[in-house]
Write a protein that binds this ligand. Structure first.
Ligand code: PA5
Length: 434
């Protein structure tokens, strides 16, 4: 296992006995997830997913990705929630930080159907007027309003630009195997279609075609991503004892901190390209745990950026936060502080040191400060950001979320609360039957 979990900087807030008391509950929760005996057990397909994705499916995804990418400067991924965040988390973690300004071998990935902003869609269509593009539309239910609206507009734009037959070469759909309006539409139009397994919910679906097709289109190695997840599956299995099992340790301590009144978990990183990974984490844990008036509120921040906005609150505000830091050991590139004989900026004490080295020290300094401020600090370290370690992290967080949710005694795989806004919106829009 390449990722390391460290809870040393949270132990000041937790008694050993509390960990001992909760360990059996964490172990039982893991068993419940692995044996598929708990609530929501018809949505546990993701547990074995890294091994279940067949060679034929991977090859099919890679072929479709290569064919459509060859036609496109831009790929628009249409989806919302679990039908887009996983792909975006991985793509934005791996791509050049200034991807839209850098011409590469692979298309730029843009997103639609994740909001209902008219100006956003207008501006997107402006880009698509000028660039060659493809569309991947993703919806498990096939009926979600946001992606359905965006796709109707994009389909028409695509057909007008490339003709009806040309558009069919540029559109792929990912949806349920049999149900939903998107399935009906994709079948009628003859789009290449990929299936989201019945037993995998949206927020656990990044290792299905939902994540794999867009990630492959962006030029990243989906085999390595799956391999990382596969290896992590072994390291968090039932037979791996508490002391070696980061899932059990993480789920246990976050539940203890929650019981002690720390109701907000702030996932932080000093790497801005992990912004969408944190967004994915927020959805995973928020939708899985936040129910029955329970659950840790998942929040996120990018440091050191947000130390200059949220830093004051974290240090001295209401004591309701614990922090989980996603630390990255190595940067891919080296940028060092140059010499400057005049030293007008007084930075010569840092000359020749690398930016990453300074970033690491900023992380350590922040941890010391936050611990001083009574903010328990958990730390998850990866050697570097690449497909393999992202695969490990994805599986680690998915399993931690399931275990944590069972420990909280909720169903981590449903999301009944998401319907509330939809009911009102449909009634207000005058949808027939609403
Ligand atoms: O995790 C979930 O289940 C949700 O966030 C869904 O992914 C989201 O609501 C989109 O649903 P669908 O894929 O059916 O369009």
């Amino acid at each position: 296992m390449n990722i390391r979990f460290n809870n040393q900087d949270a132990l000041f807030a937790v008694e050993n006995q509390q960990i001992e008391n909760l360990k059996p509950q964490a172990e039982a929760a893991l068993q419940t997830a692995l044996n598929k005996t708990g609530r929501g057990n018809d949505f546990l397909g993701w547990v074995t997913l890294p091994n279940d994705v067949s060679e034929a499916e991977i090859a099919n995804i890679e072929q479709c990705a290569a064919r459509m990418a060859a036609l496109s400067e831009v790929v628009v991924v249409v989806g919302i929630g679990g039908s887009y965040l996983g792909a975006r988390a991985v793509i934005e973690a791996l791509q050049n930080a200034f991807a839209p300004y850098v011409k590469g071998k692979f298309p730029h990935i843009l997103y639609a159907g994740n909001n209902i902003s008219e100006d956003y869609l207008h501006d997107l269509l402006g880009v698509l007027d000028n660039d060659d593009y493809s569309v991947v539309v993703i919806s498990k239910s096939g009926t979600t309003t946001e992606p359905a609206l965006a796709f109707r507009i994009l389909k028409q734009h695509c057909e007008q630009k490339y003709g009806v037959e040309g558009a069919k070469q540029r559109i792929a759909a990912i949806t349920d195997k049999a149900r939903g309006a998107l399935k009906t539409l994709a079948d009628k139009e003859g789009y290449p279609t990929f299936v989201i397994p019945d037993d995998v919910g949206g927020r656990y679906s990044v290792l299905t075609p939902v994540g794999l097709l867009p990630i492959a289109m962006a030029g990243f190695n989906i085999r390595q991503l799956l391999q990382g997840a596969k290896d992590m599956q072994k390291f968090v299995a039932e037979n791996v004892k508490y002391d070696q099992n980061p899932v059990l340790q993480y789920a246990t301590i976050r539940n203890i901190l929650y019981q002690k009144g720390l109701k907000v978990e702030l996932l932080t990183s000093f790497e801005p390209q992990l912004f969408y990974f944190i967004e994915w984490f927020k959805q995973l844990f928020g939708e899985s745990e936040g129910k029955e008036h329970k659950g840790i509120f998942p929040a996120g921040a990018i440091f050191s950026t947000d130390l200059h906005s949220l830093g004051q609150y974290i240090q001295e505000g209401t004591r309701q936060i614990f922090e989980t830091v996603l630390a990255v050991e190595n940067a891919h590139h080296r940028v060092a502080i140059p010499d400057d004989a005049e030293n007008l900026d007084n930075l010569n004490y840092l000359q020749h040191r690398t930016i990453h080295e300074i970033n690491q020290i900023a992380r350590k300094g922040t941890c010391l400060a936050h611990v001083d401020g009574q903010v328990p600090n958990l730390c998850i370290t990866v050697p570097e950001i690449n497909e393999y370690h992202l695969g490990e992290l994805i599986y680690f967080f998915e399993m931690s979320c399931a275990v944590s949710g069972y420990m909280l005694d909720v169903n981590p795989f449903d999301q009944p609360g998401v319907e509330a806004y939809k009911k009102n919106m449909f009634r207000l829009l005058g949808k027939p039957g609403a």
